[in-house]
Design a protein around this ligand. Structure first.
Ligand code: G3H
Length: 544
């Protein structure tokens, strides 16, 4: 296959003069000088970290990332104060929040959603500016998060309805409910800075835990408009924010032994390090979503057009910066040339530009070192015999990288193993179906796979091989997390625990029961407690 030249052409006009940014998408600089601690927005006059956009502005010194504002650069001292606040609010399970009725916690959460929705416009704009997410995707992230919270409230109502009765077995009567675990440390990635943190923070919170949440490096300002909503909706100390360098502030928090649950979405290397810092490993529950390099397998029986359009969605939605992205495409040799030709054409049809521009699909990247990293991966593949086969593939200008289709990739190349998390599509030609199976067997991760074939016998055989190697097998469609009511997990180094609207409620709680022997005095005692509403736990109240 022919190697393509990279000329840039019209791509060189991605970044525009500031005067050309439409009024509707301009956000004034935000210099945040407060953080949420123990029910207060505490003023901050210490060191700050400047926040720069992936969107560059042409200046006399060339392209420069636009300054969006700044946030507190708090130290381990403030981090430990936040931990103390969350620990005190939990109060060994005796605090106001963990002992509040489920109905009471639901009312607080409803108040939070009401206040959150009022900040939609500014949060969506900040997502575009801070991480380069397109307008439709930024709006979708916000709306999906609101839906997730509302669905979580409904799921908890269902769970509570099932628990609002007594069970009897072998002469023992009991009421079984799910109870909180303690202080939850929630940390999320930049690619879904709002949604991913909230998919752990919200279920953890509504189950009665207290929260420390570490703001992501990119996407931190997008949380600022929501701090007031947390402050107003929940009792003091229930939600506390952590700023500053993760490497400095998280260590003392974990070493304190006061964290009961680590909810972390990021790399397995960092997760391993964090878990080891906890002095009482058996007391720490970990809910983790980690490494993934989901493969697509396109066999000679595939509908090539379907495979191409789903692989484009899977590999390049949000520039490939999704844990669920398709990061390696295996294609059977008989159809490889045709597939790559169509893939190249589809990549060329993707409109590059700034997040608010109409129909834009490829946007600048937030991580400053990402363009150089991707270049290194591409160069390694070129040195080992692959080519960039699409027009303008890998064209880079400051933070912008046009997607590169790299072919033929093999197991000697970095792109075969590393999670590129960016706009590079490595394509691996294969002869026999055992080759992609071998890849998955040897991989350190096991999140999802996408199989493209129209042959029922072949699809069935691949399903039966892959269901025990990964946690979701997608047939003739891209890999993805949603719908959010489905379980989201992974094998090996890809995950620990399961998240879905329902599973998350279970992940952040433990079953606790109140039991007694079925005797007349005990029956009368339980009936009196229930009748007089003496207990929030021992109760048959039904939430409508
Ligand atoms: O980055 C990982 C996200 O949870 C993926 O979610 O498949 O809906 O884009 P998504």
């Amino acid at each position: 296959m022919e190697q393509q030249h990279v000329t840039g052409g019209t791509l060189s006009g991605i970044f525009k003069d500031e005067n050309n940014i439409p009024e509707a998408y301009i956000v004034p600089e935000i210099h945040q000088r407060e953080y949420l601690l123990n029910g207060k927005l505490v003023p901050w006059d210490g060191a700050v970290t400047n926040i720069y956009s992936p969107i560059c502005i042409p200046t006399s010194n060339g392209l420069e990332r636009k300054l969006l504002g700044s946030v507190p650069d708090t130290s381990p001292k403030e981090a430990l104060e936040a931990l103390d606040a969350a620990f005190a609010a939990y109060d060994n399970g005796l605090g106001q929040w963990p002992t509040m009725s489920v109905e009471g916690r639901i009312q607080c959460m409803q108040q939070f959603v009401y206040l959150m929705v009022q900040q939609r416009d500014v949060v969506v704009k900040l997502l575009m500016w801070e991480i380069g997410k397109t307008l439709p995707d930024a709006a979708k992230e916000f709306d999906r998060t609101v839906d997730y919270i509302n669905d979580t409230i409904d799921a908890l109502k269902d769970l509570d309805r099932e628990s609002s009765r007594f069970q009897q077995a072998e002469g023992t009567i009991a009421q079984i409910r799910r109870a909180p675990l303690g202080v939850v440390l929630s940390m999320g990635p930049f690619n879904y800075p709002l949604n991913e943190i909230f998919t752990t923070l919200i279920p953890a919170l509504i189950m009665g835990n207290t929260i420390l949440f570490k703001l992501p490096k990119h996407g931190v300002l997008a949380h600022y408009p929501l701090l007031k909503a947390f402050k107003e909706a929940f009792p003091k100390g229930t939600v506390n924010t952590l700023y500053g360098k993760g490497s400095e502030i998280i260590r003392p928090i974990m070493e304190s032994g006061k964290v009961s649950v680590l909810a972390f979405i990021g790399s397995s290397k960092v997760a391993n390090g964090l878990k080891k810092l906890h002095p009482k490993v058996n007391r720490l529950r970990a809910i983790l979503s980690l490494d993934a390099k989901n493969a697509a397998i396109v066999t000679r029986h595939a509908d090539i057009d379907v495979a191409v359009s789903e692989c484009i969605l899977g590999a390049l939605s949000f520039n490939g910066q999704r844990c669920t992205a398709l990061k390696l495409i295996f294609v059977q040799k008989e159809i490889a040339a045709k597939f790559v030709e169509k893939l190249n054409a589809a990549v060329s049809a993707l409109k590059p530009g700034l997040p608010w521009e109409k129909d834009v699909k490829i946007t600048p990247l937030p991580e400053p070192n990402k363009p150089a990293y991707l270049r290194g991966c591409i160069d390694d593949a070129l040195a080992k015999g692959a080519h960039v086969v699409n027009e303008n593939g890998g064209y880079t200008q400051a933070s912008f990288v046009f997607p590169a289709v790299v072919y033929p990739v093999n197991e000697k190349m970095r792109l075969y193993h590393e999670e590129q998390f960016g706009p590079v599509i490595p394509v691996v030609p294969f002869d026999g179906i055992e080759e992609p199976i071998k890849y998955q067997v040897n991989a350190s991760h096991g999140m999802q796979v996408s199989i493209f074939s129209e042959d029922p016998v072949e699809v069935a055989k691949l399903i039966d091989s892959f269901v025990n190697l990964v946690s979701r097998v997608n047939i003739n469609c891209q890999a993805q997390r949603g719908p959010d009511v489905f379980p989201f997990t992974g094998r090996k180094d890809s995950a620990e625990g399961t998240l879905s609207v329902f599973d998350a409620l279970r992940s952040f709680s433990i079953r606790s029961l109140v039991a007694t022997k079925v005797t007349e005095p005990n029956k009368q005692l339980f009936n009196a407690i229930v009748r007089e509403h003496n207990s929030n736990f021992l109760s048959t109240d039904y939430i409508f």
